[in-house]
Write a protein that binds this ligand. Structure first.
Ligand code: BES
Ligand code: MN
Ligand code: ZN
Length: 503
C-alpha cells in the first residue's frame, strides 16, 4: 500500500473516498461537519433518517454528495466523544479499512488522523493508521493452491494532517510505520507457515536471504559447531528430531564501531510436540507458532536495517524442533549447558528454556549493553495475562521501564511480573544444578527464573509472548507481535544515545 500525508480541508479534496468520523449520537467530527456544510447539510439530513448514529465501528458509505469534489464519503462511528482513546482509534481505523476494501475506490483520504486523542500527537496517529491498515489488509495465502478472491481496488491512502508544518513529521511517521509493518508481515508469514515447511533450516535460509536484501551479516551455526561450543542443553532438544538444529546470528552494524550492541534472542522452536512429555492432541497444530519469538527477531532486524538506525544490534535465533523419538530427551535426563551448569530435564516440554539458555550464554561474547529474549515460553503466561499483554520479566528496572514504554506507545503492550529470588528454589534439583521446571505455581515466572541463571553478566529482559504471538479460533494466525514493541524500543535508544556520557 502506498501512503502519504496531506494538509487541507476535506471539502476541497478530489478523492476516491473521504473518510470522516461521527460520534454518538450523530455528532459530526470537525471534518465531517466541513463536508456537511459544503454539501448543504446533506450529511446531517442522512443521519437524521437513522442510518448511522455514531456507535463505535458503524460505517456508512455515501456517493455523490452535492458540491463535493470527492466521489464518496465513508462515515465511521467513533462512539462517545469523551470515551475516544487509543484503542478506539485503532478500532475505527480497522473498520474503515474493511469497509473500504469492498468499495471500488483506489485512492482514499482519511480524516480520522485529525480526531483528538488525549496525549497523542499527529506522529502517533499517522504511525498507528499505517500499521493498523497494513495489519487489516494482511492475508496469508502462500499455501493455497489458488490465490484468494480478495479483490482489492485500494492502492493509495492519504492521511490528513492538520497543518502544512506537520507534513515532515507525518512523512517520518509513515516511514517508521512502513518499516515496522514490513517487519510484522515477515514475522506473521514465518509464523503462519506450517512446521513441515518452516523448519530450522528454512528459518536459517530466510535469515540468510534477509541478510542479502538488507545490510546484515548473517551466520548460521550447524550442529557440529554448536557441539564444539558446548551447547548441550540446546542439542538435547534437537536430538529428538530428524531436522538438524540451526543457530542463526544476524549482525547489524548501524552504530559506531566500538559501540556495544543490543542483543535480541528469539525462541525458534519450529514445532513443539512436547517431546517424550508429549502434549495432548487438541490444538497441537498451534505449536507451529513456537518459533514466533525467533520470527520477531527477524522482523525487528529487518525494520532496524530498513530504518538504518544508528545502533549495533545482534539477533540470535536458536532453532530446533521438539519431538518424541528414541533419541529424544527423557524425563530425568541430565544435560550440561554451555555455561557449565547442569540441568535435570524433568519435563521435556519445557524445551524453550533449554535452547534459550545456551543462546543467552552465547550472547555474552558480544558484551552487550542489554539482552532481550522473546519466547512463546509458557502456557502459564497466557493464564496470567491472557492475550492482550506479553509478560515482561527483567533483572534491570530501567530496561523493563523502557520496554514497557515502547509497548505502550506502539499498542503492543507488555506487563511486568516479578522475578524475585524466592522463586528460584522451585527449580532445585536433587541431582543437577537445577531442574528445568518449577511446578505449576507461577509458571511464567519460574521459567524466567531459570533463564535468569544464565543472564547474570548483563542487563536482561525476557518477553513471554505465548499469549500475544498468535490468535486462536476463527481468526487463527500469527500477529507479528512484539515487532512493534522491539523496534520502538530500538528507535528510542537512538534518541538518547548522544546524551549518554561515554563509558
Ligand atoms: N511452547 C510451549 C509454551 C506454550 C504452551 C505456548 C501453550 C503457548 C501455548 C512451551 O514449550 C511449553 O510447552 N511450556 C510448558 C512448560 C511446562 C512443561 C513447565 C507449558 O507451558 O505447559
Ligand atoms: Mn514445550
Ligand atoms: Zn515450546
Amino acid at each position: 500500500m502506498e501512503f502519504s500525508v496531506k494538509s487541507g480541508t476535506p471539502e476541497k479534496q478530489r478523492s476516491g473516498c473521504l473518510v470522516a468520523g461521527v460520534f454518538e449520537s450523530r455528532k459530526l467530527s470537525d471534518e465531517a461537519a466541513q463536508i456537511d456544510e459544503v454539501s448543504n447539510g446533506a450529511l446531517a439530513s442522512i443521519l437524521r433518517r437513522g442510518d448511522l448514529d455514531g456507535k463505535l465501528g458503524q460505517t456508512l458509505l455515501l456517493h455523490n454528495l452535492p458540491n463535493l469534489p470527492s466521489e464518496r464519503v465513508l462515515l465511521v462511528g467513533c462512539g462517545k466523544e469523551k470515551e475516544f482513546n487509543d484503542a478506539r482509534y485503532r478500532e475505527v481505523t480497522t473498520r474503515a479499512v474493511s469497509a473500504l476494501k469492498d468499495t471500488g475506490a483506489s485512492e482514499v483520504t482519511s480524516y480520522l488522523t485529525e480526531l483528538d486523542i488525549k496525549g497523542r500527537d499527529i506522529a502517533w496517529k499517522v504511525r498507528q493508521a499505517v500499521e493498523v491498515t497494513e495489519a487489516a489488509l494482511y492475508r496469508f495465502e502462500q499455501m493455497k493452491s489458488k490465490p484468494g478472491n480478495s479483490r482489492r481496488a485500494l492502492k493509495r491512502v492519504i492521511l490528513a494532517v492538520p497543518k502544512r508544518s506537520d507534513l515532515g513529521t507525518g512523512e517520518r511517521a509513515i516511514r517508521e510505520a512502513q518499516a515496522i509493518s514490513a517487519g510484522v508481515k515477515l514475522a506473521r508469514d514465518l509464523g503462519n507457515l506450517p512446521g513441515n515447511v518452516c523448519t530450522p533450516t528454512y528459518l536459517a535460509d530466510q535469515a540468510v536471504e534477509l541478510g542479502k536484501r538488507f545490510n546484515l551479516t548473517v551466520t548460521v551455526l550447524d550442529e557440529e559447531q554448536m557441539r564444539s561450543l558446548g551447547m548441550g542443553a540446546l542439542l538435547s532438544v534437537s536430538r529428538g528430531s530428524r531436522q538438524p538444529p540451526k543457530f542463526i546470528i544476524l549482525d547489524y552494524r548501524g552504530g559506531k564501531d566500538g559501540d556495544a550492541p543490543i542483543a535480541l534472542v528469539g525462541k525458534g522452536l519450529t514445532f513443539d510436540a512436547g517431546g517424550i512429555s508429549i502434549k495432548p492432541a487438541a490444538n497441537m497444530d498451534e505449536m507451529k507458532y513456537d518459533m514466533c519469538g525467533g520470527a520477531s527477531v527477524l522482523g525487528t532486524m529487518q525494520a532496524v536495517a530498513e530504518l538504518k538506525l544508528p545502533l549495533n544490534v545482534i539477533g540470535l535465533v536458536p532453532s530446533s524442533e521438539n519431538l518424541p523419538d528414541g533419541n529424544a530427551n527423557k524425563p530425568g535426563d541430565i544435560v550440561k549447558s554451555m555455561s557449565g551448569q547442569t540441568i535435570e530435564v524433568l519435563n521435556t516440554d519445557a524445551e524453550g528454556r533449554l535452547i534459550l539458555c545456551d543462546a543467552l550464554t552465547y550472547a555474552e561474547r558480544y558484551k552487550p549493553v542489554a539482552v532481550v529474549d522473546i519466547a512463546t515460553l509458557t502456557g502459564a503466561c497466557v493464564v496470567a495475562l491472557g492475550h492482550h499483554a506479553s509478560g515482561l520479566m527483567s533483572n534491570n528496572d530501567q530496561l523493563a521501564r523502557e520496554l514497557l514504554a515502547a509497548g505502550k506507545y506502539t499498542y503492543d503492550r507488555a506487563w511486568q511480573l516479578p522475578l524475585w529470588d524466592e522463586y528460584q528454589k522451585q527449580l532445585d534439583s536433587n541431582f543437577a544444578d537445577m531442574a528445568n521446571v518449577g511446578g505449576r505455581d507461577g509458571g511464567a515466572i519460574t521459567a524466567a527464573s531459570f533463564l535468569a541463571r544464565y543472564t547474570k553478566n548483563f542487563k536482561w529482559a525476557h518477553l513471554d509472548i505465548a499469549g500475544t504471538a498468535w490468535k486462536t479460533g476463527r481468526e487463527k494466525g500469527a500477529t507479528g507481535r512484539p515487532v512493534p514493541l522491539l523496534t520502538q524500543y530500538l528507535i528510542n535508544q537512538t534518541e538518547h544515545v548522544d546524551d549518554e556520557p561515554a563509558a
